[in-house]
Design a protein around this ligand. Structure first.
Ligand code: TMP
Length: 213
């Protein structure tokens, strides 16, 4: 099974991904927790370039290609082999992030984004995508608090430094993707307390992994 988490900055994906692994492992799943960008050794180097606040002058097309370079390496070296070995892969962001950040928010041609994904992903689509939804005001204030208290590195703030309008476009892009694929997407109210969000996600996972109960 291939599960992804998506959402704006400060939506709590990373924390919820860890809860998800615990829940699934307790239910007998052999799990791999990973993320994009940066799920592989080479991907970590690509991540550092992409998220460095000093990469402000990066061209949107360079950005699109680097995210997809990271993804090729990730699929070929980690996601594909793990799924083939029968493991459950939980991935913090995947192609939907590119559709939304580079497509909707940066304004790159969505046809180009989708053609690249056909080449890079070769049909590998998540079975379930959790969209952790909340306002950019709340998400960004949480994200900056984590950076200020050292829970997140200050070396990866290029996107946090984008305008509120950019993050509003990201949020509406995600909601539009979710409306277009309601079977795959589960929209979660991420403004709620961490433990409430965890309970909602665990309930959905229970139904998905035991469809007959
Ligand atoms: P995160 O791992 O802390 O969520 O940060 C990753 C950042 O990269 C986040 O701001 C979203 C952005 N991103 C894209 O713009 N396109 C992509 O394809 C992916 C995977 C992430």
């Amino acid at each position: 099974m291939f599960i992804t988490l998506e959402g704006i900055e400060g939506s709590g994906k990373t924390t919820q991904a860890k809860h998800m692994v615990n829940f699934l492992q307790n239910n007998g799943h052999d799990c791999v927790l990973t993320r994009e960008p940066g799920g592989t050794r080479i991907g970590k180097k690509i991540r550092a370039i992409l998220l460095d606040p000093e990469s402000k002058d990066m061209d949107p097309l360079t950005e699109l290609l680097l995210y997809n370079a990271d993804r090729v390496q990730h699929i070929k070296r980690l996601i594909g082999p793990s799924l083939s070995a029968g493991k459950t892969v939980i991935c913090d962001r995947y192609c939907d992030a590119t559709r939304v950040y580079q497509g909707f928010a940066r304004g790159l041609d969505i046809g180009l984004v989708n053609r690249l994904h056909q080449m890079v992903c070769d049909g590998l689509t998540p079975d379930i995508t959790f969209l952790l939804d909340l306002t950019p005001q709340l998400g960004l204030s949480r994200a900056w608090k984590q950076i200020e208290n050292g829970a997140r590195t200050g070396a990866e703030t290029r996107f946090e430094e984008e305008t509120l309008a950019f993050h509003e476009n990201v949020r509406s892009g995600y909601l539009e993707l979710a409306r277009n694929e309601p079977e795959r997407f589960k929209i979660i109210d991420a403004s709620r307390d961490e433990h409430d969000v965890k309970a909602v996600i665990s309930n959905i996972l229970s139904t998905e992994i035991n469809p007959n109960t």
